[in-house]
Design a protein around this ligand. Structure first.
Ligand SMILES: CC(C)(COP(=O)(O)OP(=O)(O)OC[C@H]1O[C@@H](n2cnc3c(N)ncnc32)[C@H](O)[C@@H]1OP(=O)(O)O)[C@@H](O)C(=O)NCCC(=O)NCCS
Length: 205
């Protein structure tokens, strides 16, 4: 979606930037890695398909994506592409709550720290919470949701600590769904976890 096309979200150790054409080559390189394909349940794409995907992420109203920049690398190199370590995104949908006869606005979240040397440094934690906090303020979301492979214990633990709870399990896809309703309590918990500044982003950091 266009919501974030001209902004960056600045946290303590990461900056979230909109996914642009100039980032596609590096993103494509990450997604050639079979381990990342499995952990993120992604199909390998050609570079042309990846460019189309980037345009889709930018233009479709139900999708929001950011790339994750390491502030440490950027301060060392001043090179935005070099500083990219992963991505985080949301897919929006509307579910029917038939019992209460109302619609529930759901945002399915994903996070990936693709650069393995930068895992375990709290970047994934911070990037995900920055996105959730930003979105919670700017879009009318009732519930966040994540789908995670059974074996991805690290990710399951991380979302557990973010107060997501398991709601569904499918043996066919070997996947667990965890969800987090957007409640007052959770918003005040979220507010305490991360501080963010939103600034203009025009073509580069
Ligand atoms: C899962 C993934 C995003 C985690 O990101 P990361 O930067 O490596 O991990 P982090 O260091 O931010 O945080 C993970 C751990 O620190 C904890 N943590 C980090 N900061 C914290 C904080 N401020 N307070 C409390 N806990 C914190 C997390 O809960 C988790 O703990 P655990 O693994 O000991 O249970 C990353 O490993 C990854 O990209 N994996 C491959 C792709 C993937 O699996 N994506 C998820 C599919 S939805």
């Amino acid at each position: 979606m266009k919501l974030n096309e001209n902004i960056k979200i600045i946290g303590s150790n990461v900056i979230l930037v909109p996914y642009e054409e100039k980032h596609v080559e590096k993103y494509h390189k990450w997604m050639k890695n079979p381990e990342l394909q499995e952990l993120t349940a992604s199909e390998p794409l050609t570079i042309e398909e990846e460019y189309q995907m980037q345009a889709t992420w930018r233009n479709d109203d139900d999708k929001l994506t950011f790339l994750v920049v390491s502030r440490q690398i950027f301060s060392d190199t001043q090179d935005e592409i070099e500083s990219l370590v992963g991505d985080t995104n949301l897919f929006l949908r509307i579910d029917e709550d038939e019992e209460n006869n109302k619609e529930i606005r759901v945002a399915e979240a994903e996070i990936m720290i693709a650069e393995t040397a930068f895992r375990g440094q709290r970047l994934g934690w911070e990037a995900m919470l920055l996105l959730l906090k930003y979105v919670q303020k700017h879009l009318p979301i009732d519930k966040f949701e994540v789908k995670i492979g059974f074996d991805n214990v690290k990710s399951i633990n991380m979302f557990g600590k973010m107060k997501f709870v398991e709601s569904y399990r499918t043996d066919v896809f070997k996947e667990v769904t965890m969800e987090r309703p957007v409640t007052k309590d959770w918003i005040s918990w979220l507010d305490k976890q991360v501080q963010l500044t939103v600034e203009q982003y025009k073509n580069h950091l």
